[in-house]
Write a protein that binds this ligand. Structure first.
Ligand code: COA
Length: 378
């Protein structure tokens, strides 16, 4: 009788940068920049040619988003009011690139937790919001650094990249193309965030996560069965980044004020209003397909963009206000880390779950895009 492969999650890994920026530090630097800008442009502002910039506030950030601090790969550059961006020295082509470096660190963590030798992995998917370069693929550099004999490629579905990566890996396993696939999510969001934009300067942080998806036959004890996955995309310009090789000058990055379209820009209110119902409905529909009730869901590891969004989505799914135990947040310490957010939540908040417990990893974001991965602890 032929064996039919069943994809499971064997382990996850996490790399957290050593530096972090609190809201107090962030707002102090932003407001110093605002004062500098308003002073330097005082004449143009008085003449009505430029608008005066307005200060940011810690209270607003905490209330509107739930974000308390964020980890970053370079704190000094971001907090320098004259620079307001990470300073990452160019590396030679012979050195491991910074995005690959943090991806490798997360991948090694996942491999160690699974007791898996890199030589036994068949494929690497680098699934993240922003790749450092066009090619060679970041995934192939990570594959090489880990000593994996197989194949790798990059995939970008913005904040939903990790769940899209998990389904892709699961499909490779079902099809018999691989037995062990590493999905790696290195997110250096600080490089594409406009730290001079009051509306969004507080949102993102840097991190890397990794997920080892394998055939159940070779998976370690205590793995997670994947009960079902579902992906959805609906085009929207409400979250957009126009950076690319056809418009490679960085445009207005060094100017203050209005949004620069080569960096992250969004209509946060519209995103909130449109994405919450879309994602909640998608989860509820998928639960019906899998014959799951709200009461069957032990824990939701939701995308970490905004605590208020998660509260609304979790309420709809569970049928009651979710506790921190039912829908843990990592936004307070990590900020929004794009595709890595729901994986960090899963990674840090699953040790107490027991065999038979069911949970949901769910991501959503630019595209729009959304992905659900229902899992059960074995
Ligand atoms: N400090 C102080 N006040 C600020 C501010 C800041 N940094 N940024 C904006 N404000 C002010 C605005 O000027 C506005 O003032 P007004 O009412 O006088 O005009 C007020 O706060 C409300 O601004 P708004 O942008 O409507 O805030 P919000 O409540 O929608 O919260 C977000 C903003 C971004 C936190 C929220 O919309 C959000 O999280 N949306 C979803 C984002 C998301 O998931 N994106 C996906 C990214 S992957």
């Amino acid at each position: 009788m032929s064996h039919s492969p069943q994809p499971v999650i064997s382990a996850t890994g996490l790399y957290t940068p050593s530096e972090s920026i609190s809201n107090d530090e962030l707002v102090a630097a932003f407001n110093a920049y605002v004062a500098l800008y308003n002073r330097e442009n005082a004449d143009a502002i008085a003449a009505g040619e430029l608008s005066e910039l307005t200060e940011s506030s810690v209270e607003f950030i905490e209330k509107a988003s739930g974000i308390g601090s964020r980890f970053v790969v370079d704190k000094d550059g971001i907090l320098d009011p004259a620079h307001m961006a990470p300073r990452l020295p160019m590396r030679s082509n012979d050195e491991l690139s910074v995005l690959a470096e943090i991806g490798v660190a997360a991948a090694r963590d996942a491999l160690a937790r699974a007791g898996r030798d890199a030589a036994d992995v068949d494929a690497v998917l680098c699934a993240a919001s922003n790749m450092q370069r066009a090619y060679p693929a970041m995934a192939i550099e990570i594959q090489n650094a880990l000593g994996i004999d197989g194949f790798g490629f990059d995939m970008n579905v913005a904040c939903s990249s990790a769940t899209f990566g998990i389904q892709t890996a699961a499909d490779y396993i079902r099809a018999g193309h691989a037995k062990s696939v590493l999905v790696v999510n290195p997110e250096i969001c600080s490089g594409h965030l406009n730290w001079r934009d009051r509306d969004s300067h507080f949102i993102f942080g840097d991190v890397a996560t990794a997920i080892l998806v394998e055939d159940k036959d070779i998976a370690p004890a205590g793995h997670w069965d994947i009960l079902g996955t579902k992906l959805k995309t609906v085009f929207s310009n409400n979250i957009r980044n126009n950076f690319g090789f056809l418009n490679r000058t960085h445009g207005t990055i060094d100017q203050a004020g209005p949004k620069t379209d080569k960096l992250f820009v969004q209509e946060g209110r519209k995103v909130f209003k449109e994405v919450v119902p879309m994602v909640a409905q998608m989860i509820v529909d998928q639960m019906a397909v899998l014959d799951l009730q709200g009461s069957d869901m032990r824990r939701l590891w939701l995308h970490q963009a905004n605590t208020n969004m998660n509260r609304l989505i979790a309420h709809r799914v569970l049928g009651h206000e979710a506790s921190e135990d039912e829908s843990p947040t990592v936004l307070d310490t990590y900020g929004n880390t794009s595709s890595a957010g729901s994986i960090i939540a899963f990674h840090l908040h699953h040790d107490d779950m027991v065999a038979g417990d069911t949970g949901l990893i769910c991501s959503f974001g630019a595209g729009y895009s959304a992905g659900t991965v229902f899992v059960r602890k074995t």
